[in-house]
Design a protein around this ligand. Structure first.
Ligand code: B4P
Length: 192
């Protein structure tokens, strides 16, 4: 199984690159952001609670997203592999993911981190906010909070994978195709 973690700050291009990776490698895309937005769209209790946090640039509690991922892994038992996009976002989530995948004998192969500076992130998210309808993209203050939340709680997840020699970093600034080529070069190493 090819299990990849696509990592990076909000707006780094994880969702954009995930779509291309799914087409090329036939993997299942697990985006906790998309799963949460689906709950919000359906108006579930979980979605209503998540929206309050997301609209303030905050992370949703670990147990909520871990439960969603566990459910999706069970629902896709015959998958060739998974792209984890926007998950894990805390060290606790990374530890729990290891436990879930080790119990299935299919651990994470590698983490690929997209490096993008804060000014570019803010610019991309505000641009997306103009037509995405995403309330967390429309407001510069909320975007800065999301970047702070990333630096405080999510950036340490990179060290977790460095400790397992699974960490790879690439420049996330450039054309979508250039960045995709750099990601594929890493994926191919793990496929060999
Ligand atoms: P997510 O949905 O994961 O989204 P994201 O971090 O905003 O964006 P991503 O990096 O995928 O950017 P994209 O490709 O779209 O999270 C949203 C919220 O959900 C979080 O703030 C949190 O509250 C909650 N949440 C999600 N997962 C959680 C978890 N595990 N634990 C707790 N809470 C969780 O790209 C952004 C923009 O840049 C797009 O407009 C795109 O077109 C553009 N772009 C992409 N690549 C580009 C390039 N190379 N050049 C120029 N622009 C580019």
């Amino acid at each position: 199984m090819l299990n990849l973690v696509l990592f990076g700050p909000p707006g780094a291009g994880k969702g954009t690159q995930s779509k291309k990776l799914i087409d090329k490698y036939g993997l299942i895309h697990l985006s906790t952001g998309d799963l949460l937005r689906a709950e919000i769209a359906e108006g579930t209790e979980l979605g209503l609670e998540a929206k309050k946090l997301m609209d303030h640039g905050k992370l949703v509690p670990d147990e909520v997203v871990i439960g969603m991922i566990s459910h999706k892994l069970d629902a896709n038992k015959d998958a060739k592999g998974f792209i984890f996009d926007g998950f894990p976002r805390t060290v606790t989530q990374a530890e729990e993911l290891d436990e879930l995948l080790n119990s299935k004998g299919a651990p994470i192969c590698c983490m690929i981190a997209l490096e993008v500076n804060d000014n570019e992130l803010e610019h991309r998210l505000l641009l997306r906010g103009k037509d995405s309808g995403r309330s967390d993209d429309a407001n510069p203050e909320v975007i800065r909070k999301r970047i702070k939340e990333y630096n405080d709680k999510t950036a340490p997840v990179a060290d977790f994978y460095k400790g397992q020699s699974k960490f790879n970093s690439i420049n996330g600034i450039g054309s979508v195709d250039e960045i995709f080529a750099a990601i594929c070069a890493i994926v191919e190493k793990y496929l060999k």
